[in-house]
Design a protein around this ligand. Structure first.
Ligand SMILES: [Zn+2]
Length: 249
């Protein structure tokens, strides 16, 4: 008999994380927030983006969305993330595209980031989430040498209905993105799957996506996901670090 784990991973440290954390607390969800230690307090208001919204009947609609990408200042971040159910991981000191950077630049982005975050939040940092999901061999080497044990792809729906944990040289393959239209049905299928071995539902996103105001980019969609997971009988809620520990990775 296996165990069933549920974990979340949110990138960038924007103010909307406060709403995610309130929902996590309400439903007993645990998870990891991936922060860039050199970008605390950076504000970008009224960002516009065209996103593809997949409607239930399968058609894709392009929607123009507008949101604020305001990263919390360090004092606020310290207060917001200092919760027992939250783990902090690195997300690159300055959120650079890391593939192709030389060793000195990578050490500044990966190693220094982990050190600063550890000092700020008073916890051991074991994860580093590559910005844009981009990395090369040198990135993996620097990460490993710094004692960072896991990263994560920025893909969506990679594992479909296969909920066995996929982690390739420390890089986790997520189950889906928060904004995926199939996130809820995939979660239902996870709940209905008998755990003959350890199974994982790993969902990731950016909290600013909640401000898209689309069918799947809104607080109500995330709340449905958390509520559905919380009501299942046999799911264990873990941070990313706790997940790897529980699986012996
Ligand atoms: Zn990011």
């Amino acid at each position: 008999m296996g165990r069933k784990f549920f974990t979340v991973s949110f990138d960038d440290g924007t103010e909307q994380d406060i709403r995610v954390i309130a929902l996590m607390e309400k439903y007993g969800i645990r998870g990891t927030f991936n922060l860039s230690s050199g970008l605390f307090g950076e504000r970008e208001e009224g960002v516009e983006r065209i996103v593809n919204e997949v409607l239930p009947e399968g058609t894709v609609k392009q929607v123009k969305v507008r949101f604020d990408h305001n990263i919390m200042p360090v004092d606020q971040a310290k207060e917001v993330y200092s919760r027992e159910f939250i783990e902090i991981a690195g997300h690159g000191s300055h959120h650079l595209h890391q593939a192709g950077l030389d060793r000195a630049a990578l050490e500044a982005e990966i190693v220094d980031d982990a050190k600063r975050l550890s000092d700020i939040f008073g916890q051991r940092i074991t994860g580093h989430i590559f910005p844009y999901g981009e990395y090369d061999e040198e990135c993996l080497r620097v990460m490993k040498e710094a004692g960072l044990t896991y990263g994560r792809l920025a893909t969506s729906g990679a594992s479909k209905n296969d909920f066995r944990f996929k982690c390739d040289r420390g890089i986790i393959h997520p189950t889906c993105r928060m904004t995926d239209f199939f996130a809820l049905s995939l979660l239902q299928s996870f709940i209905d799957t008998k755990a003959n071995e350890d199974l994982v539902f790993y969902i990731w996103g950016h909290s600013f996506e909640l401000d898209y105001g689309t069918m799947f980019g809104c607080d109500a969609h995330l709340e449905k996901i958390f509520k559905t997971a919380a009501e299942a009988e046999d799911i264990e809620f873990v941070t990313n670090g706790e997940l790897l520990e529980a699986l012996g990775k």
